[in-house]
Design a protein around this ligand. Structure first.
Ligand code: COS
Length: 388
């Protein structure tokens, strides 16, 4: 049976997230965008009301919410500001490999910390010469007594400047391509250097940094999953987080659509509100369709995970379609505003800049198409159940 009716609990979650977005995020969003400052106060409040770390398992002190629940929340918070939501949601990305590959002891330690107090964590995969091509990474982890020594640099790391710990991918067998990568939990210490904070086009409320590991010691128990199996752990993580990115893109698109819809009813040209002109009506209709279909694809990709099924294809469908749609809808919203849309005083200019990163991070739209093509043309190559 296909049923898109939300449960009462999901409706309450949506209401909680929407009220938070309206009351705590939107009032400060344009200010953080302007000066690129980090929204720590918003994060503190979000942690207090339970809107962070929503996937943390119940047995380790978390709310243990499902993937669909998470997407419902993420759409609302990104509707408020996707830059702030990127900061709020980053712990989910960093801790997904912990849930997949951490021992019970390690999960209790790290999820316990995240849920008890406001702590931030980052996911360190990308390197200057290894973006889409993950297996081209150069960061090295060498086995030493009691653990590993880590050396290398990771770039475009969300929350990197504020993280208390990192999920880091490194080569443990440099000659083995993707089969020589392992994943580690790394605590911030003096050997972990935050080199650079990026000055970005959009999502300026989020912190994006370069992190360098200089002979950083990692205890053996902080290896996630098996040695040399880190690539799959990264892919399985992205399968689980791309629905959330698609939900955020849906939130941006919805926000742009609503601004454009309301403006089109107020703005008078040729003696009538521009919403009376068919040229504008068709744009508004296309925006509404894109928001609607983005949400359906997102929910579908999340529900599969909640059912314990593999969702690689569906999460790429959702991420690709919702991200490209967010860019199109935000661009059209600027068009509906006309010349005013290009001015920073009006809200849609920020949304157009914010939307762009959705087509880039957690796998570009081109990488999503690559995954879709492979999953469509070839039989499924991976047999792991979704919750392996
Ligand atoms: N789940 C589990 N295993 C997977 C998987 C998935 N979703 N996708 C691939 N694998 C496995 C494959 O089955 C293969 O396994 P074997 O070693 O047993 O053969 C292995 O991983 C390598 O897969 P593949 O040959 O497809 O790897 P590629 O190097 O061609 O890379 C892409 C595949 C391009 C899809 C991957 O590198 C990718 O997603 N890149 C984008 C990374 C990204 O999103 N970066 C953003 C930064 S994170 S914010």
């Amino acid at each position: 049976m296909v049923d898109f009716t939300l449960t009462d609990e999901q409706k309450s979650l949506r209401e909680l997230a929407h009220d938070f977005a309206e009351g705590e995020i939107r009032p400060v969003a344009w200010e953080h965008d302007k000066d690129g400052s980090f929204p720590m106060e918003v994060l503190k409040k979000a942690h207090e009301v339970g809107l962070m770390n929503t996937h943390a398992p119940e047995k380790f002190g978390g709310a243990g919410l499902g993937y669909l629940d998470g997407c419902i929340i993420e759409e609302e918070l990104a509707w408020g500001c996707s830059g702030i939501q990127t900061s709020l949601g980053c712990n989910g990305l960093a801790s997904a490999p912990v849930a997949l590959g951490g021992s019970d002891e390690v999960q209790a330690e790290f999820f316990g910390e995240l849920t008890e107090t406001l702590k931030l964590a980052s996911f360190c995969l990308t390197e200057p010469d290894a973006g889409s091509d993950v297996s081209g990474m150069r960061t090295r982890a060498v086995k030493v007594d009691g653990g590993y020594r880590l050396n290398g640099s990771k770039c475009f790391i969300t929350n990197g400047g504020y993280a208390d710990w990192f999920t880091v991918y490194a080569k443990t067998d440099p000659d083995a391509g993707h089969r020589g990568i392992s994943a580690f939990l790394v605590r911030k210490d003096d050997t972990v250097i935050v080199d650079k904070k990026e000055d970005k086009m959009g999502q300026r409320a989020s912190n994006t940094a370069t992190i360098t590991f200089n002979d950083t010691f990692v205890p053996a128990k902080y290896l996630l999953g098996e040695e040399n199996k880190g690539f799959k752990l990264a892919m399985m993580t992205l399968d689980r987080t791309r629905p959330g990115v698609a939900a955020m893109a849906t939130g941006i698109a919805r926000s742009a659509f609503e601004f454009a819809r309301d403006y089109s009813k107020e703005r008078v040209q040729f003696g009538v509100p521009i919403a009376m002109h068919q040229a504008i009506q068709f744009m508004i209709a296309d925006m509404a369709t894109k928001v609607h279909l983005s949400r359906l694809a997102t929910w579908n990709s999340a529900v599969l995970l909640d059912q314990g099924k593999r969702n690689t294809l569906e999460s790429s469908h959702a991420k690709r379609f919702a991200s490209d749609s967010a860019m199109e809808v935000a661009t059209d919203a600027v068009q509906v505003y006309g010349g005013y849309g290009f001015i920073k005083e009006y809200p849609v200019e920020k949304l157009m800049r914010d939307a762009k990163i959705m087509q880039l991070y957690e796998g570009t739209s081109q990488i999503q198409r690559l995954v879709i093509a492979r999953e469509t043309l070839l039989p499924r190559r991976v047999e792991e159940p979704a919750n392996a």
